[in-house]
Design a protein around this ligand. Structure first.
Ligand code: SAH
Length: 253
């Protein structure tokens, strides 16, 4: 394989997969995604590994480094934060590599919305509360398809994990309320989930803007909204005595 796209995980360097870690250790070239990738992961590289920060590179430059590396027979890792498939801009890289006939594989990673659930000690899918997780973002420079405006998604009242939007919190809250969530709906914000400096904020749609006002949380934060953040729910069928599944028979009376 010429290029390996690797999910770095949410921050804690131990949350990369074993496979991803092995690729980093073997790489001759690593192109990593700027400030969101924990620099501790780069310490896994060999001393002679060439390391590039893609934050200051254009797509063309990234592809050129990859193509030249492949031509020189080098092992190349493209290190993305969390899982590369979520807001990772990997498709445009893959399309360029396809044009050049360069092969690649993808090693998944722990996305930050999952590290956020872990930090919150939350289950996103509680029976009778929500069985759906919506992964989305507010509209910024990247326009949202009209059917995916936050207010339209909010109408489902499912659990929502909102990426890339903490700097627009006021607008997010307004759209969620416009979409039908009530002022009492719980909302949590986790900054830098799994990093040593992780911070957690909890409130409701009525209180969260005030809570966050002076906290200076401008980036690398996940917004989670939904009733799953409250604690009332039905017990899972999975462990109930009258629910048979592949590995357990139902109690007969
Ligand atoms: N591919 C990444 C997301 C990249 S988009 C993933 O799977 O997690 C960048 C956004 O991800 C940030 O704006 C923030 O909303 C979220 N994010 C990334 N790392 C985070 C972390 N450790 N804690 C909370 N949110 C994080």
């Amino acid at each position: 394989m010429d290029i390996t796209f690797v999910g770095a995980g949410p921050g804690d360097p131990e949350l990369i997969t074993i496979k991803g870690q092995k690729c980093l250790q073997a790489a001759d070239i690593i192109i990593y995604a700027g400030s969101l990738v924990n620099p501790a992961l780069l310490e896994l590289a060999k001393p002679e590994t060439e390391i590039y920060n893609s934050a200051s590179m254009t797509l063309e430059e990234v592809i050129r480094v990859m193509a030249e590396g492949v031509a020189a027979g080098k092992q190349i890792v493209r290190l993305h934060t969390g899982d590369p498939s979520i807001y990772g801009a990997i498709k445009e890289q893959m399309d360029e590599l396809d044009k050049l006939g360069i092969s690649y594989e993808v090693i998944p990673g722990v996305s930050s919305f999952l590290a956020t659930a872990a930090a919150l000690h939350t289950e996103y899918t509680l029976p009778d509360v929500s069985q759906t997780v919506i992964i989305t973002r507010a509209e910024g420079r990247t326009p949202m398809p009209s059917k995916e405006k936050l207010s339209r998604l909010a109408a489902h009242q499912a659990t929502m994990c909102i990426f890339l939007s903490i700097s627009m919190l006021d607008k997010v809250v307004k759209e969620l309320l416009d979409g039908g969530y009530t002022l009492e709906t719980p909302i949590a914000i986790v900054q830098k989930a799994s990093w040593p400096e992780q911070r957690i904020f909890k409130g409701t749609l009525a209180t969260i803007c005030e809570i966050m006002k002076d906290e200076g949380v401008e980036r690398t934060a996940m917004i989670v909204v939904g009733k799953v953040l409250h604690s009332e729910y039905s017990l899972s069928r999975l462990y109930s005595a009258d629910f048979a599944h592949m590995f357990r028979e139902a109690a007969s009376d």
